[in-house]
Design a protein around this ligand. Structure first.
Ligand SMILES: Cc1ncc(COP(=O)(O)O)c(C=O)c1O
Length: 212
């Protein structure tokens, strides 16, 4: 649910259809929504992470991406049925089974998440989600305007494009990738809350000079 470099999303409706048709004996459907799971619930694409629409078993979302926490943390949401079947192994010295992800017993992280949810509120998250998608679209539009090969999907805050010079890669700390289908060397920008239109404009100006 939002691949690391290009921000691709698996076609959930197609997965539903295959599962309905094939009826496999056992399926565990997990959504790795590390970045996108933070903002999709506040966009028109919210059904992608709604298990009443696409019946997945669990979803994981990072705390240090969209939510902007200063240390690695995340949320894992699952069904009671799944939780009941997790790690039934009873540890003698704990006098029970431990239904947590290994080492995820940091109570402060849960408290920080609670604080963030209270402080930002649904409206705040909605504004942030809209802003990053609008700015990602703006970046793609600006690149298209100067005839620079760039791609972005409507649900994605990631814009990827032909890789510029080493100097540009260094100045903007861009991540590299490679795809022969798109002409070879690529770079991307993940448009987060702090990325303003001024910075985008500056980037596009620099790119124009860089290309010359
Ligand atoms: C799709 C995807 N899954 C998982 C991760 C890793 O998440 P975490 O840092 O919470 O382990 C990333 C990026 O870091 C990612 O892009």
């Amino acid at each position: 649910m939002g691949t690391t470099f290009k921000g691709a999303i698996d076609d959930q409706a197609a997965i539903d259809a295959v599962l309905r048709k094939k009826k496999p004996v056992a399926v565990y459907r997990h959504l790795d929504a590390a970045l996108f799971g933070g903002y999709l619930p506040f966009t028109p694409y919210k059904d992608l992470v709604n298990r009443r629409v696409h019946p997945f078993d669990s979803i994981a979302v990072s705390g240090h991406k969209f939510f902007g926490f200063d240390e690695p943390m995340g949320i894992f949401i699952t069904t009671k049925k799944t939780l009941k079947n997790t790690n039934p192994f009873k540890v003698a010295y704990l006098n029970g089974a431990v239904p947590t992800i290994t080492c995820s017993r940091n109570a402060l992280s849960a408290l920080k998440f609670w604080w963030k949810i209270q402080k930002t509120g649904m409206k705040g998250f909605e504004e942030q989600a809209q802003a990053i998608l609008a700015n990602a679209q703006y970046l793609e539009d600006q690149l298209n305007e100067i005839g620079y090969a760039a791609w972005q999907d409507d649900h994605s805050n990631t814009v990827y494009f032909r890789r510029p010079s080493e100097a540009m890669m260094k100045k903007y700390v861009l991540a590299p990738d490679y795809d022969t289908r798109l002409g070879g060397n690529l770079a991307h920008i993940i448009v987060m809350q702090h990325l303003t239109r001024e910075v985008i404009d500056q980037f596009v100006e620099d790119l124009k000079k860089d290309r010359r």
